[in-house]
Design a protein around this ligand. Sequence first.
Ligand code: DGL
Length: 292
Amino acid sequence: MYSSSSIEGNLYGFSAQEPQRAPIGVFDSGVGGLTVLRQIYRQLPNESVIYFGDTARLPYGIRSQAEILTFVRDILDWMQQQHVKMVVMACNTSSALALDIVREEYDFPILGVILPGAKAAVQQGKRIGVISTPATAKSNAYRQAIWEIDPNVEVWQVGCPEFVPLIEQNRIQDPYTTEVARAYLEPLIQQDIDTLVYGCTHYPLLAPVLRSLLPPQVKIIDPAVHVVTACTQELDLLGLSNTHPPLPTRFAVSGCPQQFSQSGVHWLGYTPLVEAVDFAGVPVSQLQQDLA
Ligand SMILES: N[C@H](CCC(=O)O)C(=O)O
């Protein structure tokens, strides 16, 4: 269990006098946010990161807004204790259901993936398909964000409840996953979409499967790329860009650290050292029982 520090600065090793050196907090329900982390490594190589995966409570995509709000506040409270300088919600479901509400509750900037994804999609296409969790699809967040930019664009949203469990179980190569993907993409291909948005941060991990099923002319938008570009601009604007060498990424999960470490290595190319975190003193095993 990790407890937050009361000393000046924090256990992560930066001083409160140097806010630029503070880490960026990145969170998701599980491994999906690693697609955003990989973009941070590419676009912001000087930044230190604390990654949190709420693995005891995934999948998020079938939960209510009240549940997502509770989870997101738990995570943001914890991020605050770690003295992050900014948080990237590397989770579309949280961005769709909680971002507008919690943004005002914290004194660090919080970025979501949907607006950057919608802006990028509108620059590419006129017939846009969005694949996402059922909760994100139901929220209409992508359609609204796209229509605020350009009301003449057509948008189709498909909820894909089976994808996240399959990805978390690392069943990317399983022929069953291809069959499921074919069924989810079918209605979008029927509509002759010109652009597909990964409306869930887990889905870039399915890229080879999805690309093989889509007509070659369909362009793919990964909001992870664009939220990190927005993050770069925001850090510059606030004078918070780090110019020092970054610290190793710190990983924490609410579920089993070993399991996350094993799946993470596949996507990161190195074995992450993962801590277990509980919220409000509730042991992780209790959290898992409550939600079973
Ligand atoms: N990766 C998250 C959450 C997926 C889930 O846990 O259902 C998202 O972008 O929506």
